[in-house]
Design a protein around this ligand. Structure first.
Ligand SMILES: CC(C)(COP(=O)([O-])OP(=O)([O-])OC[C@H]1O[C@@H](n2cnc3c(N)ncnc32)[C@H](O)[C@@H]1OP(=O)([O-])[O-])[C@@H](O)C(=O)NCCC(=O)NCCSC(=O)C[C@@](C)(O)CC(=O)[O-]
Ligand SMILES: NC(=O)C1=CN([C@@H]2O[C@H](COP(=O)(O)OP(=O)(O)OC[C@H]3O[C@@H](n4cnc5c(N)ncnc54)[C@H](OP(=O)(O)O)[C@@H]3O)[C@@H](O)[C@H]2O)C=CC1
Length: 431
């Protein structure tokens, strides 16, 4: 990647943008041909992915510009139905660049599978017996996935917890598995199922659930950035964003929306790369519960000693490069080619950096002019099209809706009727 700072990129047509991305990412133009809606996922491929297939649904695939992560420029592929998300991520990344962009780190890719054991007469004793059998259980689990072992992964540890419930005490054994470049659900579930019966016998109970936990708190990725005070709009903006962050750290009503803003970025990259959005979302929301049991903001913003804004975001990021839809979906493969991450950890870090960028853009808008001007002026295109505008009419209707500060379907229909020289408003989408 030569540069992600692509001035004027948004003003190109789709073909022009695609050629620019291919050039910047060092790809041949044909590599991104699958992004053409007529050449993406085929019905036959879809029919092999899920059940009862009757079609394929398209979603917009964009790239966020301006990202520098650990000193390297990268174009970030994003799939989302929501207007202003890609613009917002690009906008924040542009501001972050002033002070070096995003800096990221991550833990080893450790996923955990749980084995629930019921009816142990002596749960404390069962726990210790299981820990005594650690080597035997790890060896049996590792035997399930020689490929993973050959890549340097495999079971890393055995942890045993006692969980009190309204139905009694459960002994819950966790296989902690280094899944390397996989998301890892299938790999760890296979291992848990293979050793569960033996674990139950050692514990003196009956095994029930054998499944990974989506609270992937041993597989964390982090991003931080310094957002220049002047580029943000001055010291007052920094102050206001700190207050916005503080409210989200203390008030679950605000935290839910704050975190939704983060997930605008995260889910878009996870989806673009064919990863499991629900697994990432479940992990994120479980991580948002703080040590006092309260749901809180995932990110934190502070003013640094020089008066600039620092932002940090850390959360579980179970994304892979080798399994699931990432491997079979042609568009997901194109997204991975654009990003070219050397491994799944790097992909996880890019996802979290995008989440932080997305969060900052929304907070900056909220802490200054409000969300509606920037968001609604991009949303206005949807409204214009829903009202029936086509071709050149779309931009003309958008301009009027924004100018009149009335991004509404009824107003779009009135404006469209005026443009067409008719006094009767069009009725949505039928023109
Ligand atoms: C929308 C902007 C970016 C406009 O911001 P602006 O300052 O009017 O834009 P600008 O024209 O000055 O451009 C600034 C940069 O933004 C990018 N940009 C700007 N426009 C485009 C575009 N059309 N296409 C592509 N990129 C665009 C682009 O990078 C550009 O720089 P350049 O690279 O061109 O030199 C700004 O108002 C913003 O960041 N708003 C936040 C929008 C947002 O967060 N949307 C998410 C939906 S709202 C929501 O779901 C979550 C929320 C808000 O509730 C979360 C929360 O409460 O915390
Ligand atoms: N609760 C949840 O989140 C659940 C999620 N899922 C789904 O599971 C899927 C992901 O499972 P996952 O285990 O990642 O997928 P896969 O089983 O498709 O891929 C993992 C396998 O890929 C092989 N592999 C090849 N190269 C590598 C490498 N470099 N690093 C690691 N493994 C490598 C390994 O062995 P080998 O070659 O022997 O295959 C490994 O076991 C997703 O589709 C997800 O939706 C499923 C159940 C529950």
């Amino acid at each position: 990647m030569t540069s992600s700072r692509l001035s004027g990129f948004r003003d190109l047509d789709v073909e022009g943008r695609r050629a620019t991305v291919a050039e910047q990412a060092g790809l041949g133009a044909a590599d991104l041909g699958v992004l053409d809606p007529t050449r993406g996922l085929t019905l036959d491929q879809a029919d092999h992915m899920i059940e009862n297939v009757v079609g394929v649904m398209g979603l917009p695939f964009g790239v966020a510009t301006n990202f520098t992560i650990n000193g390297e420029d990268v174009l970030v592929p994003m799939v989302t139905e929501e207007p202003s998300v890609v613009a917002a991520a690009s906008n924040s990344a542009r501001i972050a660049r002033v002070r070096g962009g995003f800096f990221t780190s991550s833990t080893a890719p450790l996923m955990q599978a749980q084995i629930q054991i019921l009816g142990c007469a002596d749960p404390a004793g069962a726990r210790v017996r299981l820990l005594e059998a650690r080597e035997e259980l790890i060896e049996a689990a590792n035997a399930q996935d020689p490929a993973l072992i050959s890549f340097g992964g495999g079971v890393h540890d055995l942890v045993v917890r006692l969980v009190e419930s309204r139905a009694g005490t459960y002994v819950v054994a966790h296989l902690v598995v280094d899944v390397r470049d996989a998301m890892g659900a299938n790999a760890v579930n296979t291992m848990a199922e293979a050793v569960a019966e033996r674990a139950g016998r050692i514990a003196g109970g009956r095994t029930l659930l054998r499944i990974l936990t989506n609270k992937a708190d041993m597989r964390l990725a982090r991003a931080r950035a310094v957002f220049d005070s002047e580029a943000l709009g001055g010291p007052e903006v920094v102050e206001n964003i700190v207050h916005a962050s503080a409210l989200a750290e203390s008030d679950p009503y605000r935290a839910a929306t704050h975190n939704k803003g983060i997930m605008n970025g995260i889910t878009a990259v996870v989806l673009a790369t064919g990863n499991d959005t629900r697994a990432v979302e479940a992990g994120a929301h479980s991580h948002a519960v703080d040590e006092r049991g309260r749901y809180a903001a995932l990110s934190h913003f502070e003013k640094d000693a020089d008066g600039h804004l620092t932002g940090v975001l850390e959360l579980p990021m179970p994304v892979g490069l080798v399994g699931g839809a990432t491997k079979v979906h042609p568009v997901a493969r194109a997204a991975v080619r654009i990003l070219a991450p050397p491994d799944a950890r790097r992909l996880a870090e890019v996802v979290v950096a995008t989440g932080l960028a997305q969060n900052l853009a929304a907070l900056r808008a909220l802490a200054t002019e409000g969300i509606q001007r920037g968001h609604m002026s991009l949303h206005a295109r949807n409204v214009a099209v829903s009202a029936g505008a086509t071709g050149d009419e779309i931009e003309k209707v958008v301009a009027r809706l924004v100018q009149d500060r009335a991004v509404r379907a009824d107003h779009a229909e009135t404006v469209l009727a005026e443009l067409r020289g008719s006094s009767t408003p069009t009725s949505g989408g039928t023109a």
